[in-house]
Design a binder for this molecule. Sequence first.
Ligand SMILES: Cc1cc2nc3c(=O)[nH]c(=O)nc-3n(C[C@H](O)[C@H](O)[C@H](O)COP(=O)(O)OP(=O)(O)OC[C@H]3O[C@@H](n4cnc5c(N)ncnc54)[C@H](O)[C@@H]3O)c2cc1C
Length: 327
Amino acid sequence: MRKILVVAEMGRAGPDDSAFELAAAARAAGKALGEHRVAAAVFGRGVAEAARGLAPWFDDVFVFDDPQLEIPDGEAWRALLALLIARERPLLTLIAHSNHGMDYAPALAGQAGTPLVCDCVALEVRDGRLFAVRSVYGGKLNARVSVALGDAGCMATLRPGAFPAAPAPQGAGAAIHAEAVPAALTPRRRCLGTVAPEPGAVDITQSAVLVAVGRGIEEEENLGIIHSLAEALRADVACSRPVVDKKWLPRSRQVGTSGVTVKPKVYLAIGISGSFQHMGGVKGGPFIAAINKDPAAPIFSVADVGIVGDLFELVPLLEEKVRELKG
Ligand SMILES: Cc1cc2nc3c(=O)[nH]c(=O)nc-3n(C[C@H](O)[C@H](O)[C@H](O)COP(=O)(O)OP(=O)(O)OC[C@H]3O[C@@H](n4cnc5c(N)ncnc54)[C@H](O)[C@@H]3O)c2cc1C
């Protein structure tokens, strides 16, 4: 029975969200293929226990647990995945389009001799082919790509946040396979160290409520009202690209095609026009509320509710109301 292989990335606190998103995409593809098994490959040091957490979502979990894998290294993952793919011959291999996935996926596909479709935002399997949607030219166009699911298999990298995760399927419960790791995996590349995020740094990809601010805020000094509203809402602050370009907020807060993809429950866009490059980073169908003084701003065509008005008047009023309601 052919497999669909998911390369599951591990975060500091267990499997990364993308692992569950890829698992759901793999199950959906597998359903269309008929007979299949969905497998995960996991890499790291001391990851055996965390890998067991993936078991409900998969039929097989291949665990590469070795001190050499403590720091994620694309060269090591590529070498090990090439061996795994040669042995397991998956019909489809799904990889997160993360910095790490982008590092090793092209070389892996070249080595395995399979087609690779990168940065997919939608996938479908039908008539023995993989149909993918990828956004190109900075999100200006969607390209539809189709690849035959031939004997050599096929690989795709999936944009994190673009595919919804799903609950563990009933009946699944993986067989865990401890995989051997050869010595001297990465002779050509040496990791000199890792840089920890700044203390207190916020990961907006994990935020349930985001207050996002755009160029409409005009000056860095004006950001105080945004932080204050976010605090009242127990939300995190995100922003559009001009705010980062002006160095008013760090790049880690930028939402969009050249920023991060977020999937909050609520997205409050303040002084943001709603360009496709910005909205391309807002996934998961959140409730979108917008404040903009221009009634023709594109943000209003995607917002669930909108207020046309001056943010400098409206944001303090909104904060006052929120604090009043919260007592
Ligand atoms: C390759 C490429 C990649 C890009 N990637 C990204 C990305 O990842 N993320 C991103 O955000 N952008 C990205 N951009 C830039 C993008 O095209 C837009 O220029 C950007 O999103 C606009 O940001 P903005 O909405 O804050 O600013 P603007 O488009 O200038 O909009 C500001 C809005 O604020 C409103 N406003 C002004 N004053 C007030 C006020 N007092 N009260 C209420 N409303 C007010 C205005 O009506 C306007 O709608 C990218 C561009 C390119 C070419």
